[in-house]
Design a protein around this ligand. Sequence first.
Ligand code: PGA
Length: 241
Amino acid sequence: MKLIVTKDYETMSVRAAEEIAKIINNKPDAVVGLATGSTPFEMYKELIKMNKQGTLDFSKVTTINLDEYIGLSPQHPQSYRFFMDENLFDHINIDKKNTFLPNGLAKNVDEEGKTYDNMIDSLGGTDIQLLGIGKNGHIAFNEPDEKLIAGTHMTKLTESTIKANARFFNSIEEVPKTAVTMGLGQIMKAKKILLIASGIDKAEAIKGLMSGKINTSNPSTMLQMHNDVILIADEDAVSLL
Ligand code: PGA
């Protein structure tokens, strides 16, 4: 794993945007795995800036997102489809037909998961997968558990994740209790993984990730088995290393 430590959140965001841009500039029809959450927020602003300045072209790019809440429609302001449209897709020259998220309204989530994984495989897999990390080490909605699931699947959110995500909703009761998430097996198929982390809240999870041990109580530790991972983290996020 290659570790790049930046001074703060802003420099982490610029550095991460450069990694994504490098992939797209080398391969204009790249398949790019994206993530939601507060961590990638500024990085998306950087990508929008590059697109507006004419140094980054999304016209042939396909994007694949990691997860979606179950029960929220794409029009719901807290759905991940809404987040991606509002914070990236509506501001760049991407063809929205080439932007994919799991369907949170699917009647049969198991079927939806298989279809999603098959689609990613049929595109040739992702060239780069962006990831955030939860305070508890979760990756996408793969929460700490006795076992982890390889493919895209339905999952229950832990209390800690529901609490962490409540800040985006009017009340904690409104936070969906389930989500559909790409599994770690599918995530690990990405050719390259870019993990970004900022803030003291993530320091414990990053310590686990870098511990040299793999365990399902910190799902991010699985990433140690991938041979091309870049972790871009600010000084606070690596303060326990
Ligand atoms: P955050 O979430 O970027 O909002 O901190 C990351 C995650 O939970 O994966």
